[in-house]
Design a protein around this ligand. Structure first.
Ligand SMILES: Nc1nc2c(c(=O)[nH]1)N[C@H]1C(S)=C(S)[C@@H](COP(=O)(O)O)O[C@H]1N2
Ligand SMILES: [Mo]
Length: 381
């Protein structure tokens, strides 16, 4: 290696040169905020999908757009956190290799929390990103593992912030006591680094946010699902073919309603009941969402006809024979919300096979996975 190259490599490891605490603090604030938003919106998503017993009947069905906003933020901040994490790692990496490896108990704990934070943080962003493209190149089940590791990240982040608090405070503001004047050249490169990070965050956000923020739909070049595409103006996650729904399976379709006074309805009879129109989004956990106009029969009307007692909830079963989303439960607030429909039509047309023909659930403030398609049975609980 030439003398010049050697000097250059050494200069990367020198203090200053963007590996200073002020740059680490500036990038860290943004990354910490992104992780916090991801964690909170992740909790919302988790508890809406898997409410612990007592909570199931109390989950609010309003605002109708609540889950759309929360999950849109979850995925957008997760994607924005990727360039932020890269910048943060680049800023601090010389410190990850300092010697001696441990200098005492406090130092050992600090390094351990950083190791957990980096490993778990990378894991969450990577698995989350691959989930948005439905690619699962791992042997474990995504949801429980992504959820458990989120607690690790958050715990390690809190420890990290607590340990670094004096440094964070000292470098928080431009004029904070610890913030050294950088040499002009370094100050310029810091501005360049922060400019590059801002541009990277802006670029990944602009090219993906359109998957849930419809006005940016046409810019969603990197989004796995474009809200612009799909039959009847709405993307499809699981097609009828992929779910094993055949025409013969639907040949003599009827809706069975179990309750104190059970009954069975044909499609013609359902169409003969009073129909309602609602404007509601499908908001997929993977990050895409889109609003549509649905028409069909109110769930409350079907429940009342079955003699459902006040306070009852509902179990919904699909024609689909296998798969995690073939059976779904609907808490009291959802089942009794006048916006919750057994939908028969979408954007003015009869539901297409891929959108759940003959009948599907559409309800406000709910993860897309719970908007069951190809419904065949409702049970009052
Ligand atoms: N029976 C059944 N219903 C289902 C699914 C499924 O796999 N099976 N997928 C769900 C998911 S993940 C989403 S996001 C929505 C998508 O609805 P769409 O295809 O009509 O847009 O349907 C939901 N309903
Ligand atoms: Mo979904």
């Amino acid at each position: 290696m030439t003398q010049e190259a050697l000097l250059r490599v050494r200069s990367w490891f020198a203090p200053g040169r963007l590996h200073d605490p002020r740059t680490a603090t500036v990038v860290g604030r943004l990354l910490g905020t992104a992780f916090l938003i991801c964690f909170l919106t992740g909790l919302v998503s988790h508890y809406l999908q898997h409410p612990p017993g007592a909570l199931a009947d109390r989950l609010p069905s309003r605002p109708a757009w609540g889950y759309r906003l929360s999950q849109g933020l979850h995925v957008a901040t997760g994607i924005a956190a990727i360039p932020l994490l890269l910048a943060k790692l680049w800023t601090v990496y010389p410190r990850l290799f300092t010697l001696p490896v441990v200098r005492g108990v406090r130092h050992a704990l600090e390094r351990l929390s950083i190791a957990v934070l980096v490993a778990a943080g990378v894991f969450e962003l990577l698995t989350g990103l691959l989930n948005t493209v439905q690619w699962y190149p791992w042997p474990f089940s995504f949801v429980p593992v992504h959820f458990a590791v989120a607690w690790l990240v958050t715990g390690a982040l809190l420890v990290h912030i607590a340990v670094k608090w004096p440094e964070i405070r000292a470098h928080w503001g431009r004029r904070s006591p610890g913030t050294l004047e950088l040499p002009a050249e370094d100050a310029l490169s810091r501005r360049r680094l922060l400019g590059t990070v801002t541009a990277a965050v802006g670029a990944v956000t602009l090219t993906t946010a359109g998957q849930s923020f419809t006005p940016l739909g046409r810019a969603a070049l990197l989004a796995p699902r474009s809200p612009e595409h799909g039959p009847q103006g709405l993307p499809v996650n699981k097609t009828a073919a992929a779910a094993g729904i055949t025409e013969t399976a639907l040949a003599d379709w009827k809706l069975t309603v179990e309750g104190p006074t059970p009954y069975v309805l044909t499609l013609a009879e359902l169409r003969g009941m009073r129909q309602y129109d609602v404007e509601l989004p499908i908001a997929c956990v993977e990050g895409w969402s889109k609003s549509a106009r649905w028409s069909g029969v109110r769930i409350v009307d079907l429940l009342e006809r079955a003699g459902a007692p006040a306070g009852s909830s509902l179990r919904v079963t699909s024609v689909q024979a296998r798969g995690a989303y073939r059976v779904m439960e609907m808490g009291h607030e959802y089942a009794h919300d006048p916006l919750s429909l057994l939908a028969l039509r979408l954007n003015g047309e009869v539901l297409s096979a891929d959108h759940g023909h003959p009948a599907r659930i559409i309800a406000p403030n709910r993860p897309g996975v719970l908007q069951t398609k190809w419904v065949r049975r409702l049970e009052v609980l």
